[in-house]
Design a protein around this ligand. Structure first.
Ligand SMILES: [Zn+2]
Length: 136
């Protein structure tokens, strides 16, 4: 059974932004709000040598994830407004949605990539390192 939390689960790799295969190596070069390096990832995992970009254009698919996250954010905000602040004006609601979308764009962009790469790689633990060495 797949673990939901902790090491070995996809959420661990996603939330910690670690390599999807060994969950030891870093996935991104820098943090999401480092504008110069935002969304830039290492070519390979420093621990298990997994090549993150399987093929050229691999991460274009992350756009779909990013779109899904955007919709989820929008729905969450909209439902919260209606539940907790029903008297808030529409103009203000729109402003909050727009501002939070802009502020969260870097982190959503980062999450879309790490989620995408997790769809195609599963956790193999420290065995991954040995495996890579024996096959190459
Ligand atoms: Zn790795």
């Amino acid at each position: 059974m797949a673990k939901l939390m902790g090491k070995g689960s996809k959420s661990y790799s996603i939330l910690k932004m670690k390599c999807p295969r060994c969950q030891e190596g870093e996935f991104f070069i820098s943090h999401a709000y480092d504008i110069k390096n935002a969304g830039n990832l290492h070519e390979r995992c420093s621990k298990c040598n997994l090549k993150y970009e399987k093929e050229p254009g691999f991460f274009q698919g992350a756009m779909y994830v990013s779109y899904g996250l955007g919709v989820a954010l929008f729905v969450t905000l909209w439902v919260s407004f209606n539940l907790f602040f029903p008297s808030m004006s529409t103009g203000f609601q729109v402003t909050v949605v727009v501002v939070s979308s802009i502020v969260l764009t870097p982190i959503m962009y980062a999450f879309s990539k790490i989620i995408w790469v997790n769809l195609f790689n599963k956790y193999e633990g420290t065995d991954a390192l040995a495996k890579e060495k024996s096959t190459s």
